[in-house]
Design a protein around this ligand. Structure first.
Ligand code: HEC
Ligand code: HEC
Length: 212
């Protein structure tokens, strides 16, 4: 029994070594992407000029959408069972899956094996104490911004949150906040979490109208 466990561990380590050159190659491309200008977010006031309230609401969501549809968020909100990585949002290497609790397959590679409480920049590994995959009903990849918007408002698909809880999650949640402090060679989400939270709140206050 014990020897079969050790054999499995050796396989995993061997698999990681085989994947290593690939990780390095992709990171060089990402570094070039990350080196391009850091995008900002328009402040809430700049939307006051839009007199039609519905149009203003949609415009506010579209601005917040620059964050929601950034790779920092989408990589953890995939359409399947496997997270994605890097600016290119390619499938996670090595193969890991959501598992029953979002933290990885039972008895398999758990997220916390590699992702620790904080970013570990020497190895380019992002970290957070609650690092795990969003549930499948919160999948954002492959959806239009309008579809993501409708899903966000739906308590059956947003973890049972009302609008106040949703605003709080966007503005205060520290796993969301990781998106602006991603470490390594990753490009942060646009603007700041505070600016993003203000846009999202203004969208709710303007009637939470989704893009068509
Ligand atoms: C490390 C993975 C991870 C990252 C990165 C991540 N999320 Fe999530 N997200 C989750 C998990 C897991 C949940 C489920 C709720 C929970 O357990 O906190 C979730 C739930 C949510 C929810 C509530 C449910 C929904 O989808 O309606 C929102 C909103 C959300 N995330 C926004 C974001 C935003 C915005 C970003 C990027 C700035 C982001 N997340 C980045 C893992 C992640
Ligand atoms: C064997 C180690 C290992 C395990 C286990 C692991 N990861 Fe990763 N993960 C990494 C490494 C290394 C990176 C950085 C890759 C890069 O950017 O080149 C990474 C990056 C990511 C990213 C990309 C972040 C971004 O925006 O660029 C996500 C999302 C992610 N992991 C989610 C998960 C989830 C969820 C689990 C558990 C189901 C998990 N990982 C398990 C090693 C691991």
């Amino acid at each position: 029994m014990r020897s079969s466990v050790m054999y499995a561990a050796a396989l995993i380590v061997g698999g990681l070594c085989a994947a290593a050159p690939m990780l390095v190659a992709t990171n060089a491309v990402d570094r070039a992407v990350a080196a391009t200008a850091k995008d900002g977010l328009e402040p809430v006031e700049s939307f006051n000029a839009i007199k039609d309230q519905r149009a203003r609401s949609v415009a506010l969501f579209e601005e917040a959408g620059k964050v929601i549809q950034s790779p920092r968020c989408l990589n953890c909100h995939p359409a399947g069972d496997r997270p994605t990585q890097t600016e290119a949002m390619r499938p996670h290497i090595p193969l890991v899956v959501r598992g029953p609790d979002g933290f990885g397959a039972e008895g398999g590679l758990r997220c916390g094996t590699c992702h620790h409480a904080t970013n570990f920049d020497p190895a380019n590994v992002p970290g957070h104490p609650e690092w795990h995959l969003a549930p499948i009903e919160m999948a954002w990849q492959g959806k239009s911004l309008g579809q993501i918007c409708e899903q966000l408002k739906d308590p059956k698909r947003n973890g049972g949150m009302d609008m106040a809880a949703l605003v709080h999650h966007m503005a205060e949640d520290s796993l969301v906040g990781w998106g602006w402090h991603p470490g390594g060679d990753r490009k942060p989400a646009p603007g700041t979490q505070a600016e993003f939270g203000q846009l999202f709140k203004a969208w709710v206050e303007s009637g939470a109208v989704c893009p068509g």
